[in-house]
Structures are given as C-alpha cells and as structure tokens.
Design a protein around this ligand. Sequence first.
Ligand code: FES
Length: 161
Amino acid sequence: MTEALRPCLILCTTCRSGGTPLQGEEPAGAVLHAALQARLSEDGAALIELRAAACLANCDRGCSAAITTPGKWTYLLGFLEPALADDLLAYAKSYATSETGIVLPSRRPASLRNMIIGRIPDLERDDRRWDHRRSESREKTMTESGMSEREPSHPALESRS
Ligand code: FES
C-alpha cells in the first residue's frame, strides 16, 4: 500500500460521549485518541494515519470519528467510547484493505455494527457505485453500491424516527 492510499482516521478529541468531564479530566474523545495513538505506535502505524479534530459536528452522537482515503467512501462514525479503541482499529484496518472502503456490518467488530452515521462518496469516482439517483430506497442504494446488507441504525437513533 502506498503512502497516498493510507487511510486517515480522524478522531474528535472534544467529544464528551454524552457526559461532562470532571475538572481536569480529559474528554472521552481525547482519551480514545490517546488510546489509538498508543496502539498505532506499537502496531499498524504504517497502515493508518491518525489525526485529531476539534468537533466533527456530530456532538450528540459522540464520540465521533471519520475515516477517509482518496478513491474510497468517507465514513462518519458515532457513539464511540474509549473502550472501543481496539475495535475501531480493527475496523480501520478492514477499511484500509477494502477496495472501496465499504466494510459490511457483518464484517465489523460487533460493537461497531451500528456506529456508521453517514458516508460521503469519493468525488473522483465516476461510476454507479455512488449514483443515488438510480435508487429510491436506502437499502437498494447500498445494494447498488456493492453492499448486500442494510446499514443498521444505532438504538439511540431508532427512537427519533
Ligand atoms: S464535540 Fe465531537 S463531534 Fe462535536
């Protein structure tokens, strides 16, 4: 894998994960970022680039992260927590080896099956993989995108629909 195709995993380090940190306590997003940084320094640093951002505009669903690579789908993830660092790293590695960036829910760690908040197509791609005009349902769109599974919603989002 070339350097240019290395996925960038961006962690929101200001996410509070639904709580308010105590005085002097790091936000949950910063704790998750530190946990990933420690793991990547030991293993996999060449495969994934880790970055930090102050807010990914997904505050109510934090901790939040995004993963992106030129030529692949970009994904926004939510409802993360520091305890999921290993699972998030496993997902990022699967994303890195996927041609399109698609990692089906059944191929993710169980804790991340419903953590996808949204995705953004790669603008350089000019094929039906992300031609949403051809489908009316989300499920059909995902089938046309090479996904044979519907993206599950997080329970916190189910109550809103
Ligand atoms: S504070 Fe993390 S998404 Fe806004």
